[in-house]
Design a protein around this ligand. Structure first.
Ligand code: FES
Length: 350
């Protein structure tokens, strides 16, 4: 279609009315208005309205069952020491939480579409700030809406919505209250399983790593050797604290401060994998720039320069694990991290 054939909606240019007629194309599109209003089944058939009400009640009931299921899962399906038990716990919590929230949402939508009033109105645009009379009218509409929802007349529905909405916050409140008596001793973040002489091992196999096997440009996900045995029943928490990302670069690319001279081994550096922003695992290493990117909020750390923050919301560098090699050529820690791992707020307690 050429410009000449394009229908013009209206307006002027150079004093000339652009609106025009080309063949059968109208000069302006007329407002077609609202299509004819069609009554819903529930508007004309009391049985259909009753059916819709039962469906809404059923959805709220699903929400109530979801909340109860969440509480049961929270107290009865506790995560144990195995990954499988954590998965089962997470799945049980996730499914029940989904039902608790979805039930309320679906019920609200179905209620609005089938039982609330279905008047169609047209309103001209007006200034955003309403005058007092309009506000009063708005309040009347809200009151009318409450009336239209039929909540006063439908006792079972009223009970269902009140129960579902009142119970749903328990899915958040109970776990939070459960944590009140938990272990809030944040000093446990100061120390990890790393200690002098502890070998660096591959995650997840636990196989110790020889320095000779770490080629320039390679990236290793690292855990302390014998993590499972030494972590005991808390080995997963210990792993979460101790995980390390290790890379090797040309030693000439490394910028080491005098205090940290000797913390790396022939271009191999190891840093905590826990982002100092809010604790996501950082693992996206860019070989050419030596930048390490956190996928959560894009904090970027320079592995060649003390893991300093070069971009993003993280407030401090990643803690460094000082390393060296033992007599057999295996990489070992010289000590624990020099500062608490994880988000910056732990620093306040230092
Ligand atoms: S957790 Fe890493 S940038 Fe936010």
């Amino acid at each position: 279609m050429t410009n000449e054939q394009t229908p013009q909606i209206g307006g002027t240019a150079g004093g000339q009315d652009l609106a025009r007629t080309e063949g059968t194309v109208p000069a302006r599109f007329e407002d077609p208005g609202l299509p004819e209003h069609r009554l819903r089944q529930s508007d004309v058939d009391p049985a259909a309205a009753k059916r819709a009400e039962r469906q809404v009640v059923a959805m709220f009931a699903i929400s109530i069952l979801g909340t109860i299921g969440f509480l049961l899962a929270y107290f009865l399906v506790r995560p144990g020491e195995t990954v499988a038990s954590m998965r089962i716990s997470n799945i049980a919590l996730g499914i029940s939480l989904f039902l608790a929230m979805f039930g309320i949402g679906a019920a609200a939508v179905h209620w609005a579409k089938t039982l609330m009033s279905d008047h169609e109105r047209q309103e001209a645009r007006h200034p955003q700030r309403s005058d007092a009379a309009t506000r009063e009218a708005a309040l009347d509409v809200l009151r009318q809406g409450a009336e239209d929802s039929g909540i006063g007349r439908r006792g079972v529905l009223k009970g269902a919505v009140v129960s579902a909405v009142a119970l749903a916050p328990l899915t958040v409140a109970v776990p939070l209250i459960g944590e009140v008596g938990g272990d809030w001793n944040v000093s446990k973040f100061r120390h990890t399983l790393w200690e002098r002489g502890k070998r660096l091992a591959r995650d997840p196999s636990g196989e110790p790593i020889r320095a000779a096997d770490v080629t320039i440009g390679s990236v290793f996900h690292v855990i302390p050797e014998n993590l499972r045995e030494e972590g005991g029943s808390h080995w997963i928490e210990e792993k979460a604290k101790a995980v390390v990302l290790m890379v090797r670069m040309d030693p000439r690319d490394l910028k080491e401060t005098p205090e940290r001279a000797g913390w790396s081994y022939d271009g191999i550096v190891a840093y905590s994998k826990i982002c100092t922003h809010v604790g996501c695992p950082v693992a996206l290493y860019e070989q050419q720039t030596h930048h390490l990117l956190c996928p959560c909020h894009q904090s970027t750390f320079d592995m060649s320069d003390g893991a300093k923050v070069v971009f993003g919301p993280a407030a401090r560098p990643l803690p460094q694990l000082p390393i060296t090699v033992d007599d057999d050529g295996y990489l070992i820690a010289q000590d624990d991290f020099d500062e608490p791992i994880g988000p910056s707020y732990w620093e306040r307690l230092r």
